[in-house]
Design a protein around this ligand. Structure first.
Ligand code: SF4
Ligand code: FES
Length: 376
């Protein structure tokens, strides 16, 4: 099977972040500021990505706006010919900063919200005053004419506000709202039992989204992503391993997906010492689960194998200890009972006690400098 050129790059500019969301999907071990790629190194990555065939870059984190060279990076990515999308919590944006980003050619912003209620939103994100700052940032974004998508992660603790979240996105001037159920990867796996909705809650939410989508057609586009755990077939994670996207981590390691460094058998090449096209076409981590040859049964003889590419390798590793196993979300997997029992446990779980994203060993709670431990 010929390896296609990648379409998209997820540039994780930093792991530093002022929030400490309970469903953070970033790895447990984070990269420190002192190990982050420099401005010039990122510029080189963007040019190499374009040469490889990449057409869009998602500037993400952590919180990408903690980088004081963000404007330079956006400018460089645009000059290289990339469509630029900034994925931000918005808590550190200034009015002047938003205007400058627009002037240097930023194409699109995705702004995350945690809830419609300011108190609950700040509680989920672990940062006092964050919600209000996001609403202010949205008004600056709207003033510039930049295209805005609002991202809202939903789960058992905020699903009852679903209608209000949709209304809030409308009032923020969003062109698009992405409602995504929490995925239980990275830090989020620790809080799975508190976050996972029951099947009835999920079905009600799905029905509600469909109704509102019809009502708002032409005013607000709503995308909706259901949690893997409530399906019977997995999604093609990242569009298939090493097929469409790659991630450059803050320290320059190149990963097939944002969770891949949770899989111990993988070795990641670094843009500091290896060319990007060499990594994409021949890197061990990319070759390991590319295509279908690596697949065990039941995937190997399954007609779906070139549609979902066997699901998510990181989820298979997290739940079964072996990344080569069929994703347990699939009801054909011999490990599907692990997903079913997690869903059952969620029905029984009544508490609201969760563990905030930790940055360097200490969990934080409503702490405004949550990421200070990884500053150096
Ligand atoms: Fe996909 Fe494998 Fe399940 Fe078939 S058996 S649907 S290829 S995960
Ligand atoms: Fe790594 Fe799905 S997150 S393959």
């Amino acid at each position: 099977m010929t390896t296609p050129a990648p379409l998209g790059l997820l540039a994780e500019l930093t792991h530093r972040c002022p929030q400490s969301c309970v469903y953070c999907s970033n790895p447990i071990d984070l990269t420190r500021k002192s190990s982050e790629l420099s401005t010039e190194e990122w510029m080189g990555v963007f040019q190499q990505a374009v040469d490889l065939g990449v057409v869009h870059v998602h500037l993400s984190g952590g919180e990408p706006t903690v980088r004081n060279d963000l404007v330079q990076l956006v400018e460089a990515a645009r000059e290289a010919g990339l469509y630029t999308n900034l994925i931000t919590s918005g808590t550190l944006l200034s009015e002047e900063g938003v205007h400058t980003l627009s002037e240097v050619g930023l194409d699109h912003i995705q702004l995350s919200i945690e809830d419609s209620d300011p108190g609950l939103a700040d509680h989920i994100g672990g940062l006092s005053g964050a919600h209000l700052r996001k609403l202010t940032a949205a008004s600056w974004i709207r003033d510039t004419g930049l295209r805005l998508t609002v991202n809202a992660v939903v789960h058992r603790q905020n699903l009852h506000h679903l209608d209000d979240i949709i209304d809030l996105a409308l009032s923020m001037g969003a062109d698009r709202l992405e409602i995504a159920h929490a995925q239980y990867q990275g830090w989020a796996l620790k809080n799975r039992d508190v976050l996972m909705p029951t099947r009835a809650q999920l079905d009600e939410a799905t029905q509600r989204v469909e109704t509102r989508r019809e009502q708002l057609r032409g005013n607000l586009k709503i995308d909706y992503v259901v949690s893997d755990y409530h399906g019977i077939r997995p999604k093609a994670c990242m569009g298939g391993w090493g097929r469409q996207f790659f991630v450059v981590a803050p320290d320059g390691r190149v990963l097939p997906c944002h969770g891949a460094d949770s899989i111990p058998e993988l070795c990641f090449d670094n843009v500091r010492d290896t060319a990007l096209d060499e990594i994409w076409f021949h890197g061990q981590a990319f070759e390991r689960f590319r295509g279908t040859d690596w697949m065990p049964e039941p995937c190997q003889s399954c007609p779906e194998k070139t549609k979902d590419w066997g699901g998510c390798r990181c989820q298979a590793f997290a739940l079964t200890g072996n990344a080569e196993n069929t994703d347990p979300v699939c009801d054909l997997s011999p490990n599907h009972h692990l997903v079913e029992s997690a869903v059952e446990r969620a029905v029984a779980e009544q508490g609201q006690s969760w563990e905030y994203r930790s940055f360097g060993g200490q969990s934080s709670s409503l702490h405004p400098t949550a990421s200070q431990d990884i500053e150096e």
